[in-house]
Design a binder for this molecule. Structure first.
Ligand code: GCO
Ligand code: MG
Length: 406
C-alpha cells in the first residue's frame, strides 16, 4: 500500500482548520489535523512545499519509519510548525492503516483500556455570579469536571471570557482580517481575584466535581507558587499553564511552594519539552495534544515516560484543534494506562458541516466509536464553501503599555 497523493485542505467553517489528506494507491483516504491557531498558513507551507513531496510513493504501512524519516532525518527539528506537520502525517497514516484493516485506530494501539473519557468544558462569565451560574448549568448537564475563568475586575478585557451566541469563548475567534486585539493585564488584580472566584464556586456548588483553572502562562514562578498555595483549600483538579512555558526549571520553584496539581504543555511539541518536568516529578498532567505533539506515535511515547513518574494525560482540546485532532486524542486516551482528563471546548455549528466525527460526547463523557481509522469524515465540498480567513489571537499589554507573556 503506497501513498499516491498528499493534499492539504484549508477551510474556515466557524474557524480555521488545516487538514492533511493522504490517499493510497488502493484508494484509501486518511486525514490528519495540523491546525496551529493564528499561524495556519505556515503549516500549510511546510506541508505543501516540504513534506508532501516526500510522502508520495512511500509505503503507507511504515508509520514508524515515516515518523523517524521526517523527524530524525531533518536538520531543523522540533517547533510547533514542524511538529504539527509531522503530526498530521502520522495521524493520517494511522487513519489509513485502520481503514485498510477495517479496525478503529485504538485497536492498532493495543485496544480499549476504559469505558469512557472524562472531559471538561469551559465555564466563563463577566462576573463571579455569572461564572458560578455557567458552572452550575454544566454540572446540571451531567459534567463531572469544569474549567472556570471570569473577567478580572478592574481590567478592560480578560482573555477567553466572552460568551458568544454558541456559548463558545468568542475571544478565541477575533474579527476576521483585523490585527490582534490588545488585551489588558495586571498580575496583582488577577492574583487577588482568582482565589475569590474559586472559593465562590466551591461555596456555591460544593466539592463533588473536578475543578480546573488556566493562568495562560502569565505568572512568575513565585507568583504561581503563591497562587497554588492560596487555592489548596479548594482542592483543584489542576492549575494550568502558570508560567511562560519555555522554562522547565520554573516548576521547581512552583512545586516547592504548593501541592495544587499542575498541568502544562499545550504549546509544547516534543518529549524534550517535558524531560525535566516529568523526570523530576514537577508536573501532574501533560497538556500536549496529538495535533501539536508530533502525532499519535510521539504523544504515546511522551505518555509512556509520564506513566513511569505518575504523570497523567490531560490533552488540549480547544475548538482550534479540529475534530480529526480531537478523535486522535480520544483514541490515545482510550488505550493508555495513565489517562487523566480530556478538554472538550466544543465547536461552532458550522464546523459540523465539514467534519463529521463518530465519537460521542454524552453528559461530559467521551466515547470513541468502532468506525475504522480515526472515524472522522471530511466533507471537502463543504470545506470549499468556507475559505481561510486571516485571524490572530489577542496580545496582552500591562497597564503601563508594556507587553506581557502569553
Ligand atoms: C485552553 C487553551 C486555550 C488557548 C487556545 C489558543 O486551555 O483551552 O489555553 O484557551 O488559548 O487554544 O489557540
Ligand atoms: Mg490552556
Amino acid at each position: 500500500m503506497k501513498i499516491a497523493s498528499a493534499d492539504v485542505i484549508v477551510c474556515s467553517p466557524g474557524r480555521n482548520f488545516v487538514t492533511l489528506k493522504l490517499t493510497t494507491d488502493d484508494g484509501i483516504v486518511g486525514y490528519g489535523d495540523a491546525t496551529v491557531n493564528g499561524r495556519e498558513l505556515a503549516v500549510v507551507g511546510y506541508l505543501r512545499e516540504h513534506l508532501c513531496p516526500l510522502l508520495v510513493g512511500r509505503d503507507a504501512t511504515r508509520i514508524n519509519d515515516t515518523w523517524q524519516y521526517l523527524y530524525r532525518g531533518a536538520y531543523w527539528r522540533r517547533g510547533p510548525i514542524t511538529m504539527a506537520s509531522i503530526s498530521a502525517v502520522d495521524q493520517a497514516l494511522w487513519d489509513v492503516n485502520g481503514k485498510a484493516l477495517g479496525v478503529p485506530v485504538y485497536r492498532l494501539l493495543g485496544g480499549q483500556a476504559r469505558d469512557y473519557l472524562l472531559t471538561y468544558p469551559h465555564c466563563v462569565g463577566q462576573t463571579v455570579e455569572a461564572t458560578v451560574e455557567a458552572a452550575a448549568a454544566k454540572l446540571d448537564e451531567g459534567y463531572q469536571a469544569i474549567r472556570v475563568q471570569a473577567a478580572v475586575p478592574g481590567l478592560a478585557t480578560t482573555y477567553g471570557v466572552h460568551v458568544s451566541k454558541h456559548g463558545e469563548d468568542a475571544a478565541y475567534e477575533p474579527a476576521a482580517g483585523s490585527l490582534p486585539e490588545e488585551e489588558e493585564w495586571d498580575t496583582g488584580r488577577y492574583l487577588d481575584f482568582v482565589p475569590k472566584l474559586i472559593k465562590a464556586v466551591r461555596d456555591e456548588l460544593g466539592y463533588g466535581f473536578a475543578l480546573l483553572h488556566d493562568s495562560h502562562h502569565r505568572l512568575t514562578p513565585i507568583e504561581a507558587g503563591g497562587l497554588g498555595k492560596a487555592l489548596e483549600p479548594y482542592r483543584m483538579f489542576w492549575l494550568e499553564d502558570t508560567t511562560p512555558a519555555e522554562d522547565q526549571t520554573a516548576f521547581r520553584t512552583i512545586r516547592a511552594h504548593t501541592t495544587t496539581p499542575l498541568a502544562v504543555g499545550e504549546v509544547f511539541n516534543t518529549v524534550w519539552d517535558f524531560q525535566t518536568l516529568i523526570t523530576e516529578r514537577l508536573i501532574d498532567y501533560v497538556r500536549m495534544p496529538v495535533t501539536h505533539g508530533g502525532g499519535i506515535s510521539h504523544l504515546m511515547r511522551v505518555l509512556a515516560l509520564a506513566d513511569v513518574y505518575g504523570v497523567r494525560s490531560g490533552a488540549h482540546g480547544p475548538s482550534d484543534i479540529s475534530p480529526v485532532g480531537m478523535a486522535a486524542n480520544a483514541h490515545v486516551g482510550w488505550v493508555i494506562p495513565n489517562f487523566g482528563i480530556q478538554e472538550f471546548m466544543g465547536y461552532p455549528e458550522l464546523t459540523g458541516e465539514v467534519f463529521k466525527p463518530s465519537y460521542e460526547l454524552t453528559n461530559g463523557l467521551l466515547r470513541v466509536s468502532d468506525a475504522p481509522g480515526l472515524g472522522v469524515e471530511v466533507d471537502e465540498e463543504a470545506a470549499a464553501r468556507y475559505p481561510y480567513v486571516a485571524r490572530y489571537l489577542p496580545v496582552n499589554r500591562r497597564q503601563d503599555g508594556s507587553m506581557h507573556d502569553w
